[in-house]
Design a protein. Structure first.
Length: 301
């Protein structure tokens, strides 16, 4: 399916919304210009807050471009921003322990995403925090952020809900593209650098194996790599997926050991590189890039 028109639409609508809604600021200041101050712990959460909040909010993403969010240690200026924010949005579940501990002091001014999504099915894999790779759960997150912002800023409630509906339609379009392109594939096993794609795989009827575990810092042992190489050979896997923010050594080693397979990037969208930021990348565009990579690797019509 040709995706060019959809990508163009996403680029146009996202650029307008993010320029209007997100004022990320720098580490030395937190001038919100009278807007609702939102602090989000990493890129996908910051994007949702900016898209739902529009020009009524100022959003600060604590994780810099090119950084791995697991490694975030808040600076004194970021701690101050967390303590003064009208709303703090964190994932929860120990994904970023230092930030989550600080957010716990904010009471009902903190949104813990995993807790909020449990009623929407996000407890089906309680050990896996990567819910933002499932468009259905992202839709639920968008609605949750709109309601929390409406509680924090009641006079802006109608606008938050209206923008949430518009962004949810975009998210649903991405989900529909996945449903269509992954419906008829030669293979159903994806092999990735770390165990970040369980939610996505579960949503679209795929199987998932990973070189490293849920934490990308976890080093796999040689026995696991050998077993994975055998699985890759038995299943006729053609591609080992690497990531944009992680070293590629282990995935490339597995690709060589399994018979010289190709590698390709499958982005877990834990953050954006400087190059992605310069290109205007966002959740939707990267998800569609991921879909292209998946469709090629799995042999989808």
């Amino acid at each position: 399916m040709a995706m060019g028109w959809w990508r163009s639409f996403l680029a146009a609508t996202t650029a307008v919304a993010l320029l209007a809604g997100a004022a990320c600021g720098d580490e030395d200041g937190n001038d919100d210009g009278g807007r609702v101050a939102v602090v989000a712990s990493f890129a996908p959460l910051a994007e949702v807050a900016a898209r739902v909040g529009g020009d009524r909010v100022s959003v600060r993403d604590l994780t810099p471009a090119g950084a791995e969010p697991h490694d975030l240690e808040p600076t004194p200026a970021q701690v101050d921003a967390l303590e003064r924010a009208d709303l703090v949005v964190v994932l929860g579940g120990g994904f970023q322990p230092g930030v989550e501990e600080l957010a716990s002091r904010r009471g009902d001014r903190a949104l813990r995403v995993l807790d909020a999504l449990r009623d929407d099915g996000a407890d089906a894999r309680p050990d896996d925090p990567h819910v933002w790779l499932d468009p259905v759960l992202v839709d639920a997150l968008v609605a949750e952020v709109a309601e929390v912002l409406a509680r924090v800023d009641p006079s802006g409630a109608d606008g938050y809900r209206r923008r949430a509906a518009g962004y949810a339609a975009q998210v649903a379009g991405v989900g529909a593209a996945y449903e269509q392109r992954l419906a008829d594939c030669e293979r159903d096993l994806l092999v990735t650098a770390h165990d970040a794609f369980g939610w996505l795989a579960r949503r679209y009827g795929l199987r998932h194996a990973a070189v490293a575990g849920l934490s990308p810092e976890a080093e796999p042992d040689p026995e696991h790599l050998a077993q994975l190489a055998d699985l890759v050979e038995r299943e006729g896997v053609t591609t080992i997926f690497t990531e944009s923010l992680l070293p590629r050594d282990l995935a490339e080693t597995l690709a060589r050991e399994a018979g010289g397979l190709r590698t390709a990037v499958l982005d877990p969208i834990e953050g954006f590189t400087e190059e992605q930021v310069d290109a205007g990348a966002d959740w939707s565009t990267v998800m569609l890039d991921n879909l292209d990579a998946l469709a090629e690797a799995l042999g989808c019509d």
